[in-house]
Design a protein around this ligand. Structure first.
Ligand code: LMR
Length: 328
C-alpha cells in the first residue's frame, strides 16, 4: 500500500541522513522544497531514493533534502550547474532564466486537468521540451505531476474582482505576474519557503497553489479560505546537469533512468488522489473551501485568459494549439 511504501521510504531517508553513503558510490544529492509525505513530489522523491539505494547499492547512493533544507526554489539550478547538487525537481514555473518555452504550463486555463497535462508532456511537442535547456547545461529527465492550482486569500474570492488590489505571492514566473495583474492584484515573486510567514504577517494577502501544498505548508490556517478555481497547474521537471549525466557510465545511467521512469509512471498515476486527499484533510482540519458556480468560474476565465496573447510568441502557437486539441 502507499502507506507501507511511505513508511519504508521515510526510514530509508532517516538511515541515509545518519549513515551517509559508502566510499566509491556515486552520490546523488536531490534537493527539493516540499513536504515528504502527503505530497506528490515528496512521495515520488522518497520512492526514487528507496529504489536507487536498494537496486544500485554499491554503485549509486541518493540523499534527498526536502523542505528547502538545502536550497530553495531557483537557487538549486545554479547549485546544480556548480556541481553542488545532482538532482532537483523544481516546478515548471521556475525555469524562466533558462527557457521561456515552459511558460505554456503557467498560462491560466491552458489545461483542463492533469490528464491533459500528461498527454501534452508525452506528445512529441512535450518531449522536445525536455531537451530545451541543453545549451544552458541542463537536461530534463522526466515530468512529475502535482496538480491543479487553487486561489486563497485573507477574504472570500468569489468573483475575479474580489482579488482587486490584493497582494498575491507568485512563483518566479512572469506569466504568473501577468495573470495576477489581469485580476487587478499586485503580484510578488517569493520563494516557497517564505510563503507561510508572508501570509501570516500580512506581507501578502493571498497565494495560488495545489491542495497538497496548501495543506502541506498549512497555508489554509493563515487564510480566510481557498476557492476551488482549478485555474492552472503546478508540475515539475526532474532535472540534472548535462555534465553530470555525461560523467555516468552508460549502464549506470541506463539503470538510473529506468528506475526514474518507473517511479514517474507509478507516482504520476497517483498525483490526483494525493491532492484530493489533501483537500479532504484541509476540510477535516476546519479549513474553508469555496466552490464556484459555472457562471462565476467563467468570469475568472474571461478575466485571466487574455494573458495568453502576451506570451504566445514565447511558447509557440503550435504548442498552444497542441495543448488545446488535447483539452477538446
Ligand atoms: C511553489 O513555489 O509554490 C511550488 O513550486 C512549490 C513546489 O515545489 O510545489
Amino acid at each position: 500500500t502507499a502507506a507501507a511504501v511511505l513508511a519504508l521510504s521515510v526510514s530509508a531517508g532517516t538511515a541515509m541522513a545518519s549513515g551517509g553513503c559508502d566510499d566509491g558510490e556515486i552520490v546523488v544529492k536531490f534537493s527539493h522544497v516540499t513536504n515528504t509525505d502527503k505530497h506528490p513530489k515528496g512521495i515520488a522523491a522518497s520512492l526514487l531514493q528507496k529504489r536507487v539505494n536498494e537496486e544500485m547499492d554499491g554503485t549509486m547512493c541518493m540523499e534527498v533534502f526536502p523542505n528547502s533544507t538545502l536550497y530553495n526554489d531557483n537557487k538549486v539550478l545554479e547549485a546544480m550547474l556548480q556541481g553542488d547538487v545532482q538532482l532537483a525537481a523544481p516546478s515548471l514555473s521556475k525555469f524562466e532564466k533558462f527557457t521561456k518555452k515552459y511558460r505554456i504550463f503557467d498560462l491560466p486555463f491552458m489545461f483542463k486537468n492533469v490528464n491533459a497535462v500528461d498527454e501534452f508532456q508525452n506528445s512529441d511537442a512535450g518531449q522536445a521540451l525536455l531537451d530545451s535547456m541543453q545549451r544552458r547545461g541542463l537536461q530534463g529527465l522526466a515530468f512529475w505531476h502535482n496538480g491543479m492550482k487553487q486561489m486563497s486569500a485573507n477574504k472570500p474570492l468569489i468573483e475575479p474582482t474580489d482579488a482587486n488590489g490584493l497582494k498575491f505571492r507568485v512563483q518566479s514566473s512572469d506569466v504568473l505576474v501577468a495573470q495576477m495583474e489581469a485580476l487587478g492584484a499586485s503580484p510578488q515573486k517569493m520563494a516557497f519557503s517564505e510563503v507561510y510567514g508572508a501570509l501570516q504577517q500580512g506581507v501578502v494577502d493571498g497565494q495560488e497553489n495545489t491542495w497538497s501544498n496548501i495543506y502541506g505548508k498549512k497555508f489554509f490556517e493563515v487564510q480566510d479560505g481557498t476557492t476551488e478555481t482549478n485555474h492552472g497547474i503546478i508540475d515539475y521537471l526532474v532535472v540534472a546537469s548535462v555534465d553530470w549525466l555525461d560523467s555516468l557510465e552508460p549502464e549506470v545511467r541506463d539503470q538510473f533512468m529506468t528506475i526514474l521512469k518507473e517511479v514517474t509512471e507509478t507516482r504520476n498515476a497517483e498525483s490526483t488522489k494525493v491532492n484530493s486527499d489533501a483537500k479532504q484533510a484541509i476540510m477535516d482540519a476546519g479549513g474553508v473551501i469555496r466552490e464556484l458556480t459555472p457562471e462565476q468560474r467563467e468570469n475568472w476565465v474571461n478575466t485571466m485568459k487574455p494573458v495568453w496573447e502576451q506570451f504566445a510568441g514565447d511558447v509557440g502557437q503550435d504548442n498552444i494549439d497542441a495543448a488545446q486539441a488535447i483539452n477538446a
